[in-house]
Design a protein around this ligand. Structure first.
Ligand SMILES: C[S@@+](CC[C@H](N)C(=O)[O-])C[C@H]1O[C@@H](n2cnc3c(N)ncnc32)[C@H](O)[C@@H]1O
Length: 204
């Protein structure tokens, strides 16, 4: 088993986070920013991967690989593997270089792929964990596939549910109403919605 985190990796992640904040500060267009996860949220997701023993993880929205490295370090310690998708070839190139600097390139398959296509192309129950961090208006359309592709007992995490509550409201309504899932809000960073697929649907 690999160590999940060490001082060198922590230093690299600190550097990436600082660079990301500086990079984003100079860009008015949201789509040009890296929009990396808050470090506290990244640390919480890392811990959840370790605690749940997730070995098959799908990330939707890689950007330059900041969250990917946090997740991959834990997946590698669990002796698993992950896929991370993004539409932006430039960002994926940066993610590839950052993962190599972290020594985690063997743990992550980076793909230029639409999040919806990655979900619809995933078999039933194929992921232990899914991290959703892409374009929020599309999220409600992903719901049916999100539940389908998570294994029972698997975990879905969605970022920005406090910072952009109105944009994630429809997804939260779906998650709250669905008897196949249970959800909780972790008020960490920009707010993480955590959803698990139940082994047996709740009684109505
Ligand atoms: C908030 S950023 C992801 C940040 C990243 N998770 C991190 O913490 O470092 C959102 C990313 O989603 C990508 N994206 C937007 N729409 C997408 C889609 N439909 N499919 C895949 N990626 C998408 C964007 O190119 C952008 O890099």
């Amino acid at each position: 088993m690999l160590p999940a985190m060490d001082a060198r990796l922590e230093a690299l992640l600190d550097q990436l986070h600082r660079e990301g904040v500086d990079f984003d500060a100079g860009r008015a267009d949201r789509r040009e920013r890296r929009r990396n996860l808050e470090p506290d949220s990244a640390r919480l997701l890392h811990l959840l991967v370790l605690a749940t023993g997730a070995k098959r993880l799908l990330e939707l929205g890689s950007s330059n690989g900041y969250s990917t490295i946090w997740l991959a370090a834990a997946v590698a310690a669990n002796e698993g593997a992950m896929v991370s998708v993004d539409l932006d070839e430039g960002r994926l190139g940066e993610a590839r270089a950052n993962l190599a600097a972290a020594g985690l390139e063997g743990t992550v398959e980076l793909r230029r792929e639409d999040a919806g296509a990655a979900l619809s192309g995933s078999p039933e129950s194929s992921w232990d964990m899914v991290f959703l961090d892409a374009e929020r208006p599309a999220y409600p359309g992903y719901w049916a596939d999100l539940v389908r592709v998570l294994r029972p007992g698997g975990l879905l995490a969605v970022d920005n549910v406090i910072s952009h509550a109105d944009e994630v409201a429809d997804l939260r309504t779906l998650a709250g109403a669905d008897r196949r899932t249970e959800e909780a809000l972790a008020p960490t960073g920009a707010g993480l919605l955590l959803v698990t697929r139940l082994a047996r649907p709740r009684a109505g």
